[in-house]
Design a protein around this ligand. Structure first.
Ligand SMILES: Cc1ncc(COP(=O)(O)O)c(C=O)c1O
Length: 442
């Protein structure tokens, strides 16, 4: 669906004319253009204090925060901060200087990569500064002219951009399959194999970050084998939260060995920054030498390398934290369902709540509902088209290990008031239900 967002920029360009590249900037086109033109600072680019926590101040009032990916509550963990202080004392803020290829490599980066490889059951791993750059660079490095990339329709922007980069630079062909629809994936793979000249890379997420559903990795790995394709999993939301010891979504399905390249970010359960791709020694080396987003970019700073290794220890032994996160998730989902809200069937901790728009506009219902929640001190992110189908609004909530039972109870009470005060229709028509089932590929 992120593919659809391209058309927004194109239509803004058309409306503004092509004679000046800046002309479109005066319009309300582009991503979130209407909100930008309105000067909105509630729903787009809200200014928040820089200390992530379960309670955060927004516009002078305390809010229960359901919009940050601090799944395990490791943001600002004292042991991590202590290690970060030590790293700063030892290495300063500049270290290392340069890209890994030139002058930015260190024994610490390499040691961390070995630790990641061992834990994910792969021969080797390679670090990136951002998850986004990791996925993009890995795809671009591997796919050539005769290769085909087959990706899920709901793929994150970094997967789409990696695909576009491979297409633009190397002439790679792209194919999209319906979200989590195995019949459609098989059809696409059959078609691709009919006149195949090169390799095939299937790309999916592990946990879909908006809808909280899991890629059917047991079926996808079987299809990859059947059709002689390679499989790359972006497990941004599953890494640290799913599987044994937080090993991720493929481990949850018991198919980690069948995944050719496993990707995790440090921006979510690790509450930091960076990411990695892990695979065989030769594939990882190839990525290391060919992923432009890292070959031509400065290496991950030492303060992050060292503090991430500490966080990694906490994630590995984080069973209590994961249990608390799941408990928050279950209480929140069950409570909302009891109030009559339509909670998506995603099996990950993410709680996605759908509200039908009916005759009303997305902007009207969106600002009424999200505005009500904010006024009552509940901070959630409202998601609209093009991420979800027209006619629906979705609240996407991230339960964490640090939310308390009281946070959940207070949030449920505010949702109940919102339902009653705004007279929300919660039950879905057959058509709306069909749209949601389509989102989940069921
Ligand atoms: C599925 C997925 N992949 C990659 C990324 C990008 O990761 P990072 O924030 O580490 O750049 C995100 C972040 O939103 C994501 O949800």
């Amino acid at each position: 669906m992120l593919l659809d967002q391209e058309t927004e920029r194109e239509s803004a360009e058309k409306a503004a004319g092509h004679t000046d590249v800046f002309a479109k900037c005066e319009t309300d086109g582009g991503y979130f253009g209407k909100m930008r033109a309105m000067g909105d600072d509630d729903y787009t680019r809200p200014t928040l204090p820089p200390n992530p926590d379960r309670i955060m101040e927004f516009k002078g009032r305390e809010h229960i925060m359901w919009s940050i990916n601090n799944y395990l509550g490791l943001a600002n963990h004292p042991e991590v901060i202590e290690v970060a202080h030590k790293a700063l004392d030892e290495f300063g803020v500049s270290s290392p200087m340069g890209s890994r290829m030139m002058s930015g490599n260190s024994a610490y980066h390499q040691a961390f990569e070995r630790e990641l490889a061992e834990f994910t059951g792969k021969e080797a791993a390679f670090l990136f500064n951002y998850g986004y750059m990791g996925v993009q660079g890995t795809i671009q490095s591997l796919l050539g002219k005769d290769d085909v990339m087959v990706m899920d329709k709901l793929s994150h922007a970094c997967i789409v951009d990696g695909a576009f980069l491979a297409q633009a630079m190397n002439g790679t062909q792209l194919r999209v399959f319906k979200h989590n629809n195995m019949e459609n994936l098989e059809q696409v793979l059959k078609r691709v194999n009919r006149d195949r000249k090169g390799g095939v890379l299937i790309m999916t997420e592990g946990v879909y970050g908006m809808t909280g559903d899991l890629a059917k990795l047991d079926d996808i790995t079987a299809l990859a084998r059947k059709y002689d394709a390679r499989l790359y999993i972006d497990d941004a939301h599953g890494w640290g939260t799913m599987g044994r010891g937080g090993r991720g979504t493929a481990d949850h399905f018991g198919v980690q060995d069948e995944v050719d390249i496993y990707f995790g970010t440090f921006a979510k359960s690790f509450a930091s920054i960076g990411g990695f791709s892990a695979s065989t020694k030769s594939v990882t080396e190839w990525i290391t030498y060919n992923a432009r987003t890292q070959v031509f970019a400065k290496s991950l700073p030492m303060v992050y390398v060292q503090s991430l290794r500490k966080t990694f220890e906490l994630v590995k032994k984080g069973e209590d934290r994961r249990a608390r996160m799941w408990k928050t998730s279950e209480s929140l989902k069950n409570g909302l369902r009891e109030l009559g809200f339509y909670v998506g069937p995603g099996e990950a901790p993410i709680c996605s709540v759908f509200v039908p728009l009916g005759e009303n506009s997305m902007e009207h219902v969106g600002s009424q509902t999200a505005g009500f929640l904010r006024q009552k001190g509940v901070f959630v992110t409202a998601i609209t088209y093009p991420v979800i189908p027209i006619g629906l609004l979705m609240f996407r909530m991230i339960p964490t290990a640090v939310h308390t039972e009281e946070d959940v109870a207070n949030t449920l009470s505010v949702f109940e008031k919102m339902r009653d005060n705004l007279g929300l229709r919660l039950s879905m028509t057959e058509e709306e239900d069909k749209k949601i089932r389509k989102v989940y590929g069921t």
